[in-house]
Design a protein around this ligand. Sequence first.
Ligand SMILES: Cc1cc2nc3c(=O)[nH]c(=O)nc-3n(C[C@H](O)[C@H](O)[C@H](O)COP(=O)(O)OP(=O)(O)OC[C@H]3O[C@@H](n4cnc5c(N)ncnc54)[C@H](O)[C@@H]3O)c2cc1C
Length: 389
Amino acid sequence: MEQYEAVIIGGGPAGSSTAIGLAREGMKVAVVEKRPFPREVICGEFLSHEVLSALRDFGVFEEFLSLRPQTISTFAFVSERGVPVLRSLGFPAAAMKRSLLDNLLLKKARSSGATVVQPADAASVNRRRDGFEILLKTPSGSQTLSANYVVAAYGRSGALDRALHRGFASIRSGMTGMKYHVPRTMINEFPEDQIRIYCSRDIYCGVNSVGEHEVTLCYLARADGRTPRESLSLLLERNRGFRALFRGDPVAGMEHLPRYGTGNVFFGPRNLVENGVFMAGDAAGVIGPLAGDGIGMAMASGRLLADVLLRCTKTGANRLQMERFYTTEWRRKFARRLRTAALLQRLAMNPLSANTGALLMTLFPVLLDAMIRGTREPTSADSPVPAFR
Ligand SMILES: Cc1cc2nc3c(=O)[nH]c(=O)nc-3n(C[C@H](O)[C@H](O)[C@H](O)COP(=O)(O)OP(=O)(O)OC[C@H]3O[C@@H](n4cnc5c(N)ncnc54)[C@H](O)[C@@H]3O)c2cc1C
């Protein structure tokens, strides 16, 4: 049985960021990732300034640029009335396919000294008197790792939530999501540097360019028994701005495209430590996608957790102190933006508040600025974001 100081379950932005933070300080770390990379996942693929700053801190910003990210500098909110409310974002942002971004980060975790076990599905985590045993299912059979610390960075939901008896695992949220990479030939003119949010009752959809020939189209819907295709048809029916985006019949066109979905997204509070296992990224808390800050938050929570583990092991803090420290710091850093994003999501999915909100934002653009600021870490002079084309 291979022994590690920390085993991280999940090689997405949270898992890779935790691994980079720990491995580059010399900790013996393994990342377990169940899918071969590169792979796509559901996501609007909007990268806020926090992601860009983290990439710079990890020393991979030049490599990121070589992958030709799309610069995003304006935001448009389109309610059912179809008239976009436009605003400059006020911070550097980009868009890139998750297959490229996640691969870049996991590669960095490996070159920082982490062992990457992939593909391997962490099937169970058992607590022992002196640490943990993690059972992996791999294509060649099973394998067990042991570790002093286990980090769950496996995303918004997984079989391990039930195994760890997490309270929300049995709740049906009814929120589902879907992503497509839509060829530009299917859509009318679309500003390259813009992220646009179209909304209607029980659904909103983000659209932004990703690469030269495609846009990412990604939506979150309250399903109420509807299929993803039916939710999309409703948005087309109700939001004339969204309808005007497409050439021809988008539902029929998208039928033939690969799609990446998620079901039952739970946005409520979660425990940050479960039976001694530290949660990072979406496993710790899911921010409304409207904020476009899930990846930034996942990376920031991974870095925070790495800092806490390193600092506590240096000072000889016991496990309970570590757990309390992480929980307090996580809440201090993220609780307010989770609440703001949840409120904005509710408003956007209600046509009355979305239409009124759009009108108010046209009259008082500072409202839109405040909304954008409320869901993310401010940029500050002592943490400048990297210069960006
Ligand atoms: C509709 C929608 C749109 C979004 N749009 C945006 C956006 O535009 N911008 C943004 O910043 N955020 C967006 N997000 C949020 C963002 O996608 C997440 O916050 C982010 O991916 C969280 O990263 P993570 O590392 O915590 O989890 P994930 O990215 O989900 O990574 C988890 C990894 O763990 C692996 N894994 C799972 N279970 C196991 C297991 N048992 N063993 C081993 N490996 C396992 C998975 O294969 C995966 O690679 C959106 C979310 C949704 C639902």
